[in-house]
Design a protein around this ligand. Sequence first.
Ligand code: AKB
Length: 317
Amino acid sequence: MKRILVTGSYGQIGTELIGALRKKYGGENVVATGRKKPPAILKEDGPYLQLDVLDTNQLHAMLVDYDIDIVIHNASLLSGTGEKNPQLAYRTNIEGAYNVLEAVRILNLDQVMIPSSIAAFGPSTPRDNTPNDVIMRPTTAYGVSKVFIELWGEYYVKRYGVDFRSLRYPGIISAETMPAGGTTDYAIEIFYEALKNKKYTSFLDKGTYLPMMYMPDCLKCTIDLIEADASKLKHKSFNITAMSFAPEEIAAEIKKHIPEFEMSYEPDFRQQIAESWPASLDDSVAREEWGWKPDYDLAAMAKDMLEKLSKKLDIKY
Ligand code: AKB
């Protein structure tokens, strides 16, 4: 059984990814790490550790001590936070990914998966049905860091034979852990506010289409890509998507379940970020090379989100 170390394990994707990986590979084989101390509420179903990927000695020691084969490097600042502090985004996202790739190369580990994002595209990229291989000139610090990760990772594949893989995550919607500082976060906040207050003010304007995905699909594509047969992967970085909607469309979907729900719009600095990203993605390369296929569309996701959150918050609708 391969042993996997995950960074950023206490973030939105990490918290749920650890559970899914442990279910599949066994608790002891999945080492959860994060920069902050592990939250006290975590179950003791495997190692939960504190790791700062900017500390290369600590990173190398942990990879050796736990006999790691695969690294999933999730630790990253998101787009909104990156614009507030580009220098911190550089250190966390670019230096962090560099350190992880170097450790994987030096220690000759089996595989490294580092997520990219729709943020890797920019205003000069075709916005509709954006192809996998297309111009990428992002205008955010976060987006630049994701292009660096893709290109540096692919360089290590060619130069050193490192097995690097990457997924361009769209906005990920989930009920367990809130994301922090992303542009697509509105599509999660809206569910909390719809249940708690029956109204929500969106920080993205009407008509702002973005590619999105529900967490179960995000977990599925992450694990599927890790397990994909290397000989079939012609690409290393993949577009993946499950749906695309604008704020008024998710509001209309929620209204089907909560008829009193009202939406208003007060776009902030994230509007400009969203407008520089694709509205929808073409993920046919992922479908062809490793069989990607999502399970959740907007209606199925909204129904499940409301059910999960109403239980979590103990609010009926
Ligand atoms: C963000 O909004 O910054 C992220 C992303 C799309 O990568 N959710």
